[in-house]
Design a protein around this ligand. Structure first.
Ligand SMILES: [Fe+2]
Ligand SMILES: [Fe+2]
Length: 292
């Protein structure tokens, strides 16, 4: 449990899905009908805008290079819990917040809608599995981590924050912006050094990537690790750090993103009926239990 943050700073959002709803508003489905976009806009009230703003303020203020180093030390020891993937999904599902009227979709449904949409398009099974797993890193919330250290757009730390990141003005309060080691274009990095040498802000993406590293193909690992790196995969804000190889791999990140954002369907997948398929798929790639 983080004792240095108060309750308001740990949970500025009513539910962590508010962040995803905000992303969806920023990057609406180009194929959605005007009517469904309109319905979405009507739902968004000013209170939500304020909580999302506060969420980004905290995220941009506290996600420093040192904070990431500290979280890596804390969580990459993987000594919190050992569980099967299905236990992790059940565990994550306890995150459902029934105070939010829009959260009729629980975490399992989001995962299955994503993976089922990938499966319906005939992609390879590891891609389907990636859709099914991609947000499991959100179990960080259940370990008492602040929402802004679990979800939110991710961005490189250790170099200048791009003004293409949402609410860039909030980085003024980030101590790294005043630190000359970190506030130049390249900061601690070399031009086009490749993202494998770049530290990202801490959250569910990096955490799950580190967990899945031994088991999944590289394309899947890129999708998991960078799926919230919107300032790059939507805005190309960090081309100067990317290698040729990163660009090639980001084709997969780009392929994955619409499934994550736009796969909500009115009739949720039948989790019970699909479970045997997913159990087999999980068993094909992953060990019986995983250390979180
Ligand atoms: Fe995610
Ligand atoms: Fe997601």
């Amino acid at each position: 449990m983080n004792t240095q943050f108060n309750e308001k700073e740990i949970s500025p959002l009513a539910s962590i899905e508010e962040w995803e709803d905000d992303v969806l508003q920023r990057y609406p489905d180009p194929e959605a009908t005007d009517k469904s976009k309109e319905e979405y806009r009507n739902y968004t009230d000013s209170e939500r805008v304020d909580t999302v703003r506060e969420f980004y303020r905290l995220n941009h203020t506290y996600q420093t290079y040192d904070f990431v180093v500290e979280k890596e030390r804390e969580f990459l020891a993987f000594n919190k819990r050992e569980m099967s993937i299905w236990d992790a999904v059940d565990f994550l599902n306890t995150l459902v917040d029934d105070s939010d009227p829009d959260t009729s979709l629980d975490q399992l449904q989001h995962l299955m809608q994503t993976s089922e949409a990938i499966r319906a398009d005939g992609h390879p099974d590891w891609f389907v599995l990636t859709g099914f797993l991609h947000d499991l890193g959100k179990v960080l919330c259940l370990f008492g981590e602040p929402q802004w250290a679990v979800v939110g757009d991710t961005f490189p730390v250790g170099c200048k924050h791009s003004d293409k990141i949402v609410y860039p003005e909030f980085f003024e309060a980030n101590p790294d912006s005043q630190d000359e080691r970190y506030n130049t274009k390249y900061g601690v990095y070399e031009p086009n050094c490749g993202l494998k040498n770049v530290k990202m802000s801490w959250g569910h993406d990096e955490y799950l990537y580190q967990i899945m590293k031994p088991y999944l193909p590289e394309e899947a690992l890129y999708m998991i690790r960078y799926h919230s790196f919107y300032s790059q995969h939507r805005e190309n804000a960090y081309d100067h750090l990317m290698s040729e190889h990163d660009h090639k791999m980001f084709e997969w990140v780009n392929k994955f993103n619409p499934y994550d954002l736009y796969s909500k369907v009115p009739v949720p997948p039948d989790a019970k009926a699909l479970r045997p398929y997913y159990e087999e798929l999980v068993a094909k790639y992953l060990p019986a239990t995983i250390r979180f």
